[in-house]
Ligand binder design. Structure first.
Ligand code: NAP
Length: 464
């Protein structure tokens, strides 16, 4: 590993910080300290942990503008969106401060009179997290907050593109009273740090948010020490608009779902599947809205679409547009790019494609950019089959005012998160996660603390 990690503003290419990377020995030392700290943190009372974690929430809210500026600087998303992310991210801390007090066990009626049977929950142990750049705060808090609430200690390795938010969050956690060794960050190359985490017998759980290929790799490497794993992986969300949908609502929600974070979210609508009777009308109204989106630096007033995080992401988006056009797609709006390889900034004008078909890469691969391909369907079964025709199963959306059709669609979509007339279903109190190759486990809600708990069964024998 090289010693210094340089952090750049993706909107301008300017260097904004330089962070020391950890060596293998330093990361192993962090793991060892996490293991030591676990002994004491796991023994604190639930109420004590709840109070400390709640203080962390208060500090995050107190510092929300400062934290949002850091996100816009290192990730590029518009400042108002960054502010929204901080409030959303802090919401997980608030929720799990409360859930710490609700980790219940149970008693089981015995089959004999001379036994008493109990089930208790205890923390799994030191947890290692690896997180992506697209939500530099929220992807950390929805892991760290339930882990710490459960009594686990926690080490996070943030994405190399966005380490600064992670460092600030951990500092605020310490200020709130979380012991320094119970909450740590390490910086380094994903593959190398991942291997140190998975090889260590002291780490009892790996929690990861990122791409499916890396997730598979981590699952495989966790096998040698039989670690718990939670995986929040890639998506390829379909958005179905039925002929009896409220068109205005469908367009508004499709805009929100598709273009948040410049299309760089795992739950962004990736395929718009519209009934053929309303396709023309939908495409027209939708395109008009897309034309209004302002691309630029996230600090400029009115910017709704920031930069693409890096060249790798940009090249993928451009190649998907080119592949679709080569195979017969039409660009209704957008299609332009604005970039500078020397300065390393990359922007894509929000783009709408029509005449798309299943032969095109964009219909199978996650885009992670502001491109909306629209295809059509005749029957609901056809729409559902198209929607499910992917190894991914994270989020899906559909729009209909007909409750029978709505129930039928929601029951037949193979997805972990469904938005019915709703382009933004994610909420701290609700479970978030995917089916199939989109992941294992759920984050958020009452489900989100379970992956950090072990079940212990105690059978007590009494005198005859
Ligand atoms: P990525 O390449 O998988 O990177 C994510 C994290 O994994 C980064 O911290 C990265 O570190 C690290 N990493 C890379 N290679 C690794 C390896 N071999 N072993 C261990 N760690 C490794 O994903 P990305 O392209 O940055 O992020 C976008 C992906 O995340 C998309 O597929 C998106 O759908 C998914 N995502 C899913 C959710 C969800 O909740 N399901 C939420 C957000 C994003 P470096 O920075 O050092 O490479």
């Amino acid at each position: 590993m090289t010693n210094e990690l340089k952090v750049y503003n993706p909107a301008t290419g300017e260097e904004i910080a330089s962070v020391a990377q950890h060596t293998k020995e330093q990361i192993e030392d962090a793991i060892s300290r996490s293991h030591q700290a676990f002994k004491a943190w796991a023994k604190t009372s639930a109420h004590e942990r709840a109070n400390i974690i709640r203080k962390w929430f208060d500090l995050m809210i107190e510092h929300k503008e400062r934290l949002a500026k850091i996100i816009t600087k290192e990730n590029g998303k518009p400042y108002q969106e960054a502010l929204g992310e901080i409030v959303y991210a802090a919401g997980y801390i608030e929720w799990y401060a409360e859930e710490a007090k609700r980790i219940y066990g149970r008693t089981i009626p015995s089959h004999t009179t001379n036994k008493r049977l109990f089930v208790t929950k205890q923390p799994v142990g030191p947890v290692a997290a690896i997180t992506p750049w697209n939500f530099p705060a929220a992807m950390i808090t929805r892991k760290a907050a339930p882990a710490l609430a459960a009594g686990c200690t926690f080490i996070v390795k943030p994405a190399e593109d966005t380490p600064l938010t992670a460092i600030e969050l951990v500092k605020l956690g310490h200020e709130a009273g979380i012991p320094e060794d119970a909450l740590q960050w390490v910086i380094g190359d994903g593959k190398e740090v991942g291997e140190i985490f998975t090889d260590s017998p002291l780490i009892r759980k790996i929690t990861f948010t990122g791409s499916t290929p890396v997730g598979k790799h981590l699952i495989k490497n966790s096998a040698s020490t039989v670690k718990h794993v939670s995986m929040e992986l890639g998506g390829h969300a379909p958005l179905i608009v039925d002929k009896d949908a409220n068109l205005e609502l469908a367009v508004k929600q499709a805009m929100a779902s598709k273009f948040r974070n410049a299309g760089q979210t795992c739950v962004c609508a990736n395929r718009l599947i519209v009934h053929e009777d309303i396709h023309e009308a939908f495409a027209q109204v939708f395109s008009k809205e897309v034309e209004k989106l302002k691309v630029g630096n996230g600090f400029e007033e009115g910017t709704s679409i920031g930069p693409i995080i890096n060249k790798r992401g940009f090249d993928k988006i451009v190649s998907q547009i080119q592949d679709a056009v080569d195979k017969g797609a039409k660009i209704l709006v957008g299609g332009d790019t604005h970039f500078d390889d020397d300065k390393s900034y990359y922007f894509v004008q929000p783009t709408v494609l029509t005449h798309v078909d299943p032969s095109m890469n964009i219909m199978h691969e996650e885009t992670f950019g502001p491109v909306a391909p629209i295809t059509t369907f005749k029957t609901l079964d056809e729409a559902i089959e198209l929607a499910n025709d992917t190894p991914f199963g994270l989020a899906a959306y559909f729009f209909t005012e007909n409750y029978r059709n709505g129930l039928y669609i929601s029951e037949n979509l193979d997805y972990g998160i469904i938005g019915w007339n709703d382009g933004g279903p994610s909420a701290v109190q609700a479970p978030f996660g995917g089916m199939k190759e989109s992941g294992i486990g759920r984050e958020g809600g009452i489900e989100g603390i379970e992956p950090y708990l072990e079940t212990k069964y105690v059978s007590i024998g009494l005198d005859e």
